[in-house]
Design a binder for this molecule. Structure first.
Ligand SMILES: [Zn+2]
Ligand SMILES: [Zn+2]
Length: 238
């Protein structure tokens, strides 16, 4: 956190150096990203990612959308618009927050975006099957995504029972766990652990972690088997 000198913010462990939450999903032929954070440009540069077929959004909070402008690099190299998928609430916010992208008269060099407003109907991007579902971020509906045996949920603190059924059977879940203390719109560490155990998902990685949770190495030791803290650069083969 900017300006903070706590033990996490001053840690030399690379796993305590957390950029904003996002995930890149890659099949043999298709690459997608969930959310374009304010760190999106650096995240893509850092892994030398030279291909992107689509962006999926979870919700319109700035820490999940602010990096969208930088998809223009992919427009330039791939010579086509970027397919962007979002629920109605997020699509509206994108049009507002990136008004210049959706304007009738566009100035040169801006991102070229093909915006798809989606509901909870399953769809595919290339050979990647995507099942969106709604979870709750206090009162805001947020899209989680299931891709085969992998489920990604960020910025939630409540999940309806019928949605839990859609997630059940996943092999791996990435789930938000902010800190140990209660928060109005994010699962705590304890709530996230309880949810993973309730859903009986064998492997879980927690994301959207606050510096208030503590150091990676210390918290990791306290977690039940199969449950881990995520970290920047973590790769999973599913
Ligand atoms: Zn949020
Ligand atoms: Zn967030």
């Amino acid at each position: 956190m900017i300006g903070c000198s706590c033990s996490v913010c001053t840690s030399h462990d690379p796993k305590d150096k957390r950029l904003r939450s996002s995930v890149l999903i890659e099949s043999l032929s298709t690459t997608i990203v969930i959310d374009t954070t304010p760190d999106f440009r650096y995240q893509m540069l850092r892994i030398h990612n030279n291909r992107l077929d689509a962006v999926l959004f979870t919700h319109p909070h700035k820490d999940h959308i602010a990096g969208l402008d930088d998809v223009r690099a992919y427009n330039f190299f791939q010579r086509k618009p970027m397919d962007v998928y979002a629920n109605a609430l997020t699509a509206e916010a994108l049009k507002r927050e990136f008004a210049y992208v959706f304007a009738d008269k566009k100035y040169p060099g801006i991102p070229d975006i093909e915006l798809h407003t989606i509901d909870e109907t399953a769809f595919t991007i290339g050979d990647i099957p995507v099942q969106p579902f709604t979870v709750w971020h206090h009162k805001m509906p947020v899209f989680g995504y299931r891709v085969g045996k992998f489920t990604y949920i960020t910025d939630a603190n409540r999940i309806d029972d019928h949605v839990k059924e859609k997630i059940t059977g996943s092999d791996v879940i990435v789930l938000n766990a902010l800190r140990k203390e209660q928060h109005i719109s994010h699962f705590t560490l304890g709530e996230a652990i309880a949810l993973v155990q309730e859903l009986k998902i064998p492997t879980a990685y927690f994301t959207h972690i606050s510096h208030q949770l503590g150091k990676h190495a210390e918290v990791e030791k306290q977690l039940p088997p199969g449950i881990h803290l995520g970290y920047d650069g973590l790769q999973l083969l599913i």
